[in-house]
Design a protein around this ligand. Structure first.
Ligand code: PEP
Ligand code: MG
Length: 895
């Protein structure tokens, strides 16, 4: 029989898939002997069964009853009994953390009877009724589906009537009134009563938490974080402990290190006389943990010791939720904590230095995405604008955008390509779409552990929270800042998530310390040193080489400084633009061979100079030069433009310019409905006489020039858009003919490998044949994605990709992250069949995917020799290539 319920004593962190992260870690802490209130976990398997059928799985409720009885026996009290009732919390907890996205119901077991018993045993009527109103509110909204805003309205009315600044200023009779009001609200809204049976409360709360797996915000969060939709959540049922029992009680959140900077030492927020939910929602401002040390030194010391135990045990930054009930510390949750990119690098390096991790494990803890974030520019602190406010620097980075005051507005403006900053008094999980759309989040309340901060950090959004200087009036769509400055919706502000400063206007940006290091080797601070260590280690273990896509000497030089081991794609089309366009035009409209040869001859020295510069910047390493790819009409003037000019001339009785007429004829001749599938790539080389010869001659002469200058040029010639081996054979013959010719003319033999791009499905499927003529393959995954899916790469992303992402057709754009199943399969086939035909075949990738972390893992797996990406992605690719290599090593640490 399937088992659905597990006691804390039965589990451990290795069971996170079944028990959810929260449940598994509670079990782990119980095993470590930390003070965890007892409880049990209903598994994700039960949730999946419930979501699949809409019914509680058979046997689950009997198991719950059995575990509840055991809990009651252990504690010595019954759930919801009249005197001194046992109360439990019912919390969600999926395999991967989804902060605030699913539901929780606290204080299960309270009813009209047991609330009196709780009042008696606690000696506090206020506490008992405060707990009851929390239950009725949470249960009413979560289980019975009443709009939570109605409960909040009643609370606000009461606070206003009592002139109470917060809920602490309400007394027991106020709370009795509130409970009654909430109950009649439920009755009015649902036609049903708040249930008095504790067993029914428990059962319904568990099912409601299951259902919240499919809440809109949870679905959106999963899509963003790429968490599979079919995992389901576990539910933890745990004896309640109370942080709201008076001044010697409270709740808090702690990190074993600072999650923003990685600095060691206990870090967090504490809220006296409050339950945990109050801390994360930011309804009242928490105090730093240092304050707890003053208020309750014993609990603080215990917390510090437990934090250390956890960090050593998990060998990572942990975050902790805890409650102090009348001077007794209870641990309510722990997990490996989310952190900023800065903190990830700093912590990984420190844990390696402390000997807690090996260098491979340290590398596994950082990511290419994190490194990319560290490379983003920062604000120029010498040129800051007027300071509007300073808050808690909760998630670093520099962001500029128009202030907006609700999630919907943020989404709408961002969809129109406007950069926005979402400004809220405090955020709720329902603000998630706006947080995704915004460049930054700014809140007036809450600390580093508030919901806004946690979610923003997780997504790499800039976040400043708890900016006390601002008063947000969301209804009037404005906020008032320091010195009474009023910021209306749409006003541009700058948010510095590294310092907590908020400025009026757009502050200019400068290079980050990490970028300066990559450019010059200067190790400005400990984070930069940590990045350097991680990159060094990645370089020492990676198998994939990293090259760059660059087509100017400047880009080539930068790529080299960033660690590129060559150029994997030098596109030659930009060399046909600017002033040279006239020469290209002349080549295209040439009537005679002699005219065309003249135009080509004029282009030759210019191309030679381009190649010489690049080969010099990349001396000693390979430079893969691709022959011209785009259709020639891209170099001609616009068709409509020309037609209008000619028509205008004719309309005024003048003779149109002959050159214009000639050009229009050429444009019309070459017009294509689908130029991406038309006369481009190798096809162009085969039908425009002299084009391949001119480019190859320029390359060969550049090689000779560099060789004579004492250099070590390694040019490789790459033929684009080949679909059949015959195309490559013809192109190759021409290439070899010209290379030989230049060798004989100059007396310096020129040897360049000749290879092809694999960027059409037919090329991938006939790779064995094509390899007969190719020294190397380079996968053009941009075109290969375009042609495999039948997606026009220039159009589809704007046209319907956001709808496809929303509908879950794919989790990421296939132009960003390689589609392993389809395009990846073609890559795999081509590598295998290409290598089978030619064992020394060199293979690489030069599409945009070459700089994408997830895709790099795949390219490592299929055994490519190198990835090539834009110069700015080179460090990211080095790091990810190192991380990919970890998979081949035995780095298991028994976890
Ligand atoms: C490709 O198609 O992946 C590629 C690198 O070539 P381009 O983007 O220039 O078409
Ligand atoms: Mg291409």
């Amino acid at each position: 029989m399937v088992r659905y319920v597990y006691d804390f004593l039965d589990g451990g962190r290795d069971l996170a898939g079944l028990l959810g992260g929260k449940g598994a870690n509670l079990a782990e802490m119980t095993r470590l002997g930390l003070p965890v209130p007892p409880g049990f976990i209903v598994s994700t398997e039960a949730c999946r069964a419930f979501l699949a059928t809409g019914e509680e799985p058979k046997g689950m409720s009997a198991e719950v009853s059995r575990h509840l009885s055991a809990l009651e026996t252990g504690v010595g009290r019954l759930l919801g009994q009249g005197y001194d009732p046992l109360l439990v919390s019912v919390r969600s907890g999926a395999r991967f953390s989804m902060p605030g996205m699913m539901e929780t119901v606290l204080d299960i077991g309270l009813n009209d009877d047991s609330v009196l018993g709780l009042a008696k045993v606690s000696g506090s009527e206020r506490f008992a009724w405060d707990s009851y109103r929390r239950l009725v509110h949470m249960y009413g909204s979560t289980v019975m589906g009443v709009d939570p805003a109605l409960f909040d309205e009643a609370m606000t009315l009461l606070k206003d009537a009592r002139e109470a600044p917060d809920d602490l200023h309400l007394d027991a009779s106020d709370l009795v009134w509130l409970v009654e009001t909430y109950k009649s609200l439920i009755r009015n809204e649902t036609g049903r009563d708040f249930p008095q049976s504790p067993a029914q409360q428990l059962q319904q709360a568990i099912l409601a938490v299951f259902r919240s797996w499919n809440a809109e915000r949870a679905v959106l969060y999963r899509r963003r974080e790429r968490i599979p939709d079919d995992l389901g959540t576990a539910v933890t049922v745990q004896r309640m402990v109370f942080g709201n029992l008076g001044p010697d009680s409270g709740s808090g959140v702690a990190f074993t290190r600072d999650p923003a900077t990685g600095r060691p030492g206990l870090y967090g927020d504490y809220l006296p006389n409050a339950q945990g939910e109050d801390v994360v929602s930011g309804v009242r401002d928490a105090v730093p943990l240092a304050e707890l040390e003053r208020l309750d030194p014993r609990s603080y010391r215990q917390l510090r010791d437990h934090a250390q135990t956890l960090e050593r045990h998990y060998r990572d930054l942990c975050d902790i939720e805890f409650t102090i009930e009348r001077g007794t510390l209870w641990m309510l949750q722990t997990r490996v904590g989310k952190r900023t990119a800065e903190a990830a690098f700093a912590i990984a390096t420190e844990l390696v230095q402390e000997g807690l991790l090996g260098p491979d494990e340290g590398l596994a803890r950082v990511s290419g995405d994190g490194l990319a974030r560290l490379m983003f520019p920062r604000f120029d602190t010498t040129a800051t604008g007027e300071t509007l406010a300073r808050g808690v620097p909760a998630s670093p980075g520099a962001a500029v955008g128009a202030a907006v005051f609700d999630s919907a507005e943020a989404v709408q403006r961002a969809a129109a390509d406007e950069k926005v900053v979402l400004v809220r008094e405090e955020t709720t999980p329902d603000d998630l779409p706006g947080m995704v759309a915004a460049q930054a989040v700014l809140t007036g309340r809450g600390g580093k552990t508030s919901h806004a901060a946690v979610v923003a950090r997780g997504m790499g959004r800039v976040c400043v929270c708890g900016a006390q200087d601002i008063i947000v009036n969301a209804e009037a769509r404005r906020f008032t800042a320091r010195d009474g400055i009023v910021v209306e919706e749409g006003t541009v502000i700058s948010v510095d998530g590294s310092t907590g400063d908020v400025f009026l206007g757009a502050v200019p940006l400068v290079a980050s310390a990490t970028m300066r290091y990559l450019e010059s080797g200067e190790e400005a601070d400990s984070v930069v040193s940590a990045v350097a260590r991680a990159l060094d280690h990645a370089d020492s273990i990676r198998r994939l080489e990293v090259r760059a896509n660059a087509d100017t000497p400047e880009d080539a030089a930068r790529a080299r400084r960033f660690g590129a081991q060559g150029i994997g794609l030098c596109r030659t089309e930009h060399m046909f633009l600017g002033e040279r366009r006239k020469l290209v035009e002349a080549m295209i409209v040439a009537r005679t061979d002699a005219d065309r040869d003249r135009a080509l001859a004029a282009l030759l020295p210019l191309q030679r100079r381009d190649f010489t510069g690049i080969l010099e910047a990349m001396d000693g390493v390979p430079v893969t030069i691709r022959l011209l790819d785009p259709p020639l009409h891209e170099f001609l003037p616009d068709r409509t433009d020309l037609a209008v000019r000619i028509a205008a001339a004719e309309a005024t009785g003048q003779q149109p310019e002959a050159h214009h007429v000639e050009l229009l004829a050429a444009v019309n001749r070459m017009h294509e409905e689908n130029p991406m599938l038309g006369l481009r790539g190798v096809r162009l080389g085969l039908v425009v006489p002299g084009l391949i010869a001119m480019q190859v001659r320029a390359i060969a002469e550049a090689v000779v020039e560099r060789t004579r200058a004492g250099g070590s040029p390694h040019a490789e010639i790459m033929v684009p858009l080949v679909g059949a081996v015959e195309e490559l054979r013809l192109a190759r013959e021409e290439v070899v003919r010209v290379l030989t010719e230049v060798g004989e003319e100059t007396g310096t033999p020129v040897h360049c490998p000749v290879g092809t791009m694999i960027e059409l499905p037919r090329a991938a499927l006939t790779a064995g044949r094509i390899a007969e003529e190719a020294d190397f393959f380079s996968f053009g995954t941009n075109d290969l994605t375009q042609t495999t899916w039948g997606f026009s790469r220039d159009d589809v992303e704007a046209a319907f990709f956001s709808a496809y992402l929303d509908k879950g057709v794919f989790a990421a754009s296939p132009f960003e992250t390689l589609d392993r199943e389809g395009v990846g399969r073609l890559v795999r086939i081509a590598v295998e069949e290409g290598r089978a035909a030619r064992p020394d075949l060199e293979t690489g990738i030069c599409g945009e995917h070459g700089g994408d972390p997830e895709s790099i893992q795949f390219f490592h797996e299929v055994g490519l020799d190198y990835v090539s990406c834009s110069p700015f992605r080179v460090p990211v690719a080095r790091l990810e290539a190192g991380r990919a290599a970890l998979a081949d090593m035995d780095t298991s640490d028994g976890r």
